[in-house]
Design a protein around this ligand. Structure first.
Ligand SMILES: [Zn+2]
Length: 377
């Protein structure tokens, strides 16, 4: 069932049932945080609708006919895909992002801080709401239906939202709209009420794990750790995988060794190493810190569940490094592991809010050092 989309069985069933009974609504609003598969589901559903040779028993588009291939490559003349960009984003950058997404369905094309803009009245760009209006007015090329996938609709300004609302109020015949949003609550109620709502949910860790193994050829131990860290979000799992998960965990261990080293000044060196290797890549530093949080969590479980080996087996994330985690709990028996996780979460929050990276990490290092060496309260 639309197997390129990971999990999301109920959302798939809802759309497929409507299509199979010829009761598709004009517009669907796919709601779920980025990375759960909303845009990906819209793309795969468009393929299934347009496919020349669909496998109806298993609800799969063939992925090989001309329609499937053109949709995959974002080149189908009747399937249009809109996503937030900056005013300064040029066309070649948009095309290169679409090419990456055609290689990996879950590649994120959204540009941070970008918006779905209304576009120029006289010369509407392709990726704008006025571009969409113009497309609606043109005849369809190959099929008799035109599909418009408009992502992150919460990023629209007032003018764009009004223009879109007008379309939803009186959709031209043979047009189908898939809107996606990560922030259902912030949308204009008038937009929400004109769409059928399809909710997406966090994906089960086992489903992410098997997708990582089958699709991305990740080894068993690693796929298990990444799936747990990804917290139900497949794009987050891919993010962890990119630039090599093992490398990120080695960076984390390096940072941790700097924090517990004899000289307090080694914290500054450890921060320097972490940042210099990574050219101050915030997303990567956040991954490293999230991995560090799992380390302290695991140490907590090891300390408290020694006699419950089965429970320990399911809860511990860093299975393959369990010896090192155990060694850590022996070396630092008085570490307050709960507070350590809290401190890391606070630091991650500050980094996402653009506070000075260097300073946050040094501060985190000093706080963790105190927590690790200080007797438990
Ligand atoms: Zn096909």
């Amino acid at each position: 069932m639309l197997s390129k989309v990971i999990g999301q069985e109920s959302a798939k069933r809802q759309l497929l049932a409507a299509f199979n009974h010829q009761r598709l609504a004009h517009a669907y609003l796919l709601a779920g945080e980025e990375g759960l598969g909303a845009e990906e589901l819209a793309i795969e559903m468009a393929k299934f609708i347009m496919c020349a040779r669909p496998d109806k028993t298993n609800s799969e588009p063939c992925q090989a006919c001309s329609n499937c291939r053109k949709i995959s490559a974002f080149q189908h003349p009747d399937v249009h895909y809109y996503f937030p960009v900056l005013k300064s984003t040029d066309n070649s950058e948009i095309l290169s992002m679409l090419e990456d997404k055609s290689q990996e369905l879950y590649f994120k094309v959204k540009i941070a801080g970008g918006s779905l803009h209304i576009g120029d009245q006289d010369n509407p760009e392709k990726n704008s709401i006025r571009g969409l209006l113009r497309e609606i007015g043109l005849r369809s090329y190959e099929g008799n239906i035109k599909v418009f996938i408009v992502t992150f609709v919460e990023e629209m300004n007032q003018e764009s939202a009004n223009a879109l609302l007008k379309i939803l109020e009186e959709p031209p015949p043979n047009t189908l709209y898939f809107l996606t949003t990560g922030y259902l609550q912030t949308l204009l109620p008038t937009i929400v009420s004109r769409c059928q709502l399809v909710k997406l949910f966090k994906i089960k860790s086992e489903i992410i794990e098997s997708a990582l193994r089958i699709k991305n050829h990740v080894q068993i131990e690693e796929s298990r750790i990444i799936a747990k860290l990804a917290d139900g979000n497949y794009a987050a799992a891919l993010q962890l995988l990119s630039g090599d998960f093992k490398n990120k965990r080695e960076l984390m261990i390096g940072f941790l060794l700097g924090i517990v080293a004899a000289r307090p000044s080694s914290i500054i060196e450890a921060v320097d190493t972490l940042l210099s290797e990574n050219k101050k890549d915030k997303a990567l530093v956040i991954d490293v810190l999230n991995i560090m949080a799992t380390w302290f969590q695991d140490a907590f479980y090891v300390n408290n569940l020694r006699s419950h080996s089965e429970l320990l087996e399911t809860l511990v994330i860093n299975h393959d490094k369990i010896d090192r985690v155990e060694k850590f709990t022996v070396n630092f028996p008085s570490a307050n592991l709960d507070s350590a996780v809290n401190e890391i979460e606070k630091a991650v929050d500050l980094i996402s809010r653009n506070v000075y990276l260097n300073l946050i990490l040094i501060n985190l290092g000093l706080n963790l050092r105190k927590i690790i060496f200080h007797p438990r309260n």
